[in-house]
Design a protein. Structure first.
Length: 499
């Protein structure tokens, strides 16, 4: 049985682990590896190693750190196929989707290759007699990331790349469900020239999470996961005086106006709802057509498009998506489908009961479509995180905008229309963090920032982009005075008063 070990000080540990977790092959429903699960003592070892390595890394000028990031980028590109296959084996995504996972993380690595420019401060000459003021961005020291199963390459890279480029050391606790890709990325970082100890990987469960949140030498923590856990992580970390950045769940809506290009909208919605088996915080699990005629036309086109979807094993080049990540998660999604039916929703397409020949033990689910969903239903209020699309009909544009605005989550939202006036009003008024206009999954590009509102995001700064640089650095402002000619002034410097 393959053993996935912790990666500390540039090596995979040889210690016999006291606790182990199973890593499944979602396509077969069988254990394919075991992962070592750490504890507080193991985390202490990783942090001590990071603490010893970080000052030397921070002392390198930003251009030299950028060169390491350039090499890291090149290595990820060279090993794209290897990483994608490893990711698909443990997560269940089809290969094309896994490559997209890696690519979106790679774009953040590309962005932070410009860290010499990103770290530049501000300067004011002559703020007073002989007085200049300037600011600088300095690393915080040691940061940590706690990442989910659904993007085992992208989200770790979102976190560790900005942190490390800014001069910090980083301790990564990836999901124990698919931990191999994060370890492989840490190996590549070392090969790229990153010193030992700058990127350590510690596997574990809540024991390690709590140890991260309580450790006094970890100054900032970035988290992505469910909202309940995000709120817990945020609260405990903030109480310990840490800088916190915690992204939670989502219930993203796609609003379809009567004037929308329905064929394009349906193609976009189906891909956004069912791609990666719906296991994305930026998936589009709710579609809100405006007007009964729009709803009826949209429904018929959705039924036709869903019939063409192919569910298959990750290596099937014709498959649109693969299995969900675990038997437990499959049961959870199926329970939500039954809940929606019990609440009065119309089950238009039932994806339960799907089985693939030769892969009968796999965690496969067909696409499900539910109509006549209402805001009172618990199945609408909560995140399902599977290949399930709900139709929530609206009579007017205003009613449609109110649904995502009033929902507990505020991650992403999309509007499909040809009307610029509606689009402008929508983007301005909807209370959601990321907005797409004829874009079904509005994940910002790497030089902007990713983050939701309400219970989708806890903390003041978003992921990557300039918010990521701000999160992993502290601003220091210097006020300096150099008297002209070195002369001593008649008066000492005092804070100006009104007298």
């Amino acid at each position: 049985m393959r053993l996935i070990q912790h990666f500390i000080d540039g090596v995979s540990l040889n210690d016999a682990p006291q606790r182990l977790g199973d890593v499944f092959d979602p396509a077969l429903g069988k254990v394919q590896a075991q992962v070592a699960l750490g504890d507080a003592a193991l985390l202490e070892r990783a942090v001590a190693n990071a603490k010893a390595a970080q000052p030397g890394w921070a002392a390198l000028n930003p251009q030299r750190r950028a060169r390491v990031m350039f090499r890291f980028k090149e290595l990820i590109e060279q090993h794209m196929d290897e990483l994608a296959e490893l990711l698909s084996r443990e997560h269940g995504k089809v290969i094309a989707d896994s490559k997209g996972d890696i690519q979106r993380g790679l774009e953040v690595v590309e962005f932070v290759c410009g860290v010499p420019h990103l770290l530049k401060g501000e300067y004011t000459e002559g703020a007073g007699p002989g007085i200049d003021v300037y600011s600088m961005r300095q690393p915080i020291g040691i940061a940590a990331g706690i990442t989910p199963f659904n993007f085992p390459a992208m989200i770790p890279l979102w976190m560790c790349a900005p942190a490390i480029a800014c001069g910090n050391a980083f301790v990564l606790k990836p999901s124990e469900r698919d931990p191999s890709v994060p370890v492989r990325l840490a190996e590549m970082a070392l090969e790229a020239g990153m010193p030992k100890g700058i990127l350590n990987v510690v596997h574990g469960d809540k024991v390690v999470v709590d140890a991260i949140l309580d450790h006094p030498d970890i100054k900032a923590v970035s988290f992505v996961g469910s909202s309940d856990i995000a709120q817990y992580v945020y609260g405990r970390g903030a109480a310990a005086g840490k800088r916190m950045q915690c992204m939670g769940g989502a219930k993203n809506h796609g609003i379809v106006m009567p004037d929308a290009d329905l064929d394009q909208a349906v193609a976009d919605i189906v891909g956004a709802a069912y791609g990666s088996a719906g296991e994305r915080c930026m998936a589009l699990p709710v579609v809100t057509p405006v007007g009964e005629e729009t709803a009826n036309r949209l429904r018929e086109k959705l039924i036709s498009a869903i019939a063409d979807l192919r569910v298959g094993v990750p290596t099937d080049p014709d498959a649109h998506y693969g299995p969900v990540v675990s038997a437990t998660h499959k049961a959870r999604v199926e329970n939500y489908i039954q809940m929606a039916v019990d609440e009065g929703a119309e089950l238009v397409v039932d994806g339960r009961g799907l089985s693939l020949q030769g892969y009968e033990g796999g965690y496969f689910m067909g696409p499900t479509l539910l109509d006549r969903v209402t805001p009172e239903m618990r199945s609408y209020q909560e995140e399902i995180f599977g290949p399930v699309l709900q139709i929530l009909r609206a009579k007017t544009f205003e009613e449609a905008v109110a649904y995502p605005t009033q929902h507990q989550y505020g991650n992403g939202v999309a509007l499909f229309t040809r009307n610029g006036d509606f689009a402008r009003k929508f983007a301005s008024s909807v209370e959601v963090g990321m907005v797409g206009i004829n874009v079904p999954i509005p994940v910002p590009v790497a030089y902007h920032s990713f983050g939701g509102w309400k219970r989708s995001g806890f903390g003041d700064l978003n992921q990557y982009g300039m918010d990521g640089i701000r999160f992993y650095t502290r601003t220091k402002t210097v006020t300096q005075r150099w008297p002209s000619g070195g002369a001593v002034l008649d008066q000492s410097f005092v804070i100006p008063t009104m007298s």
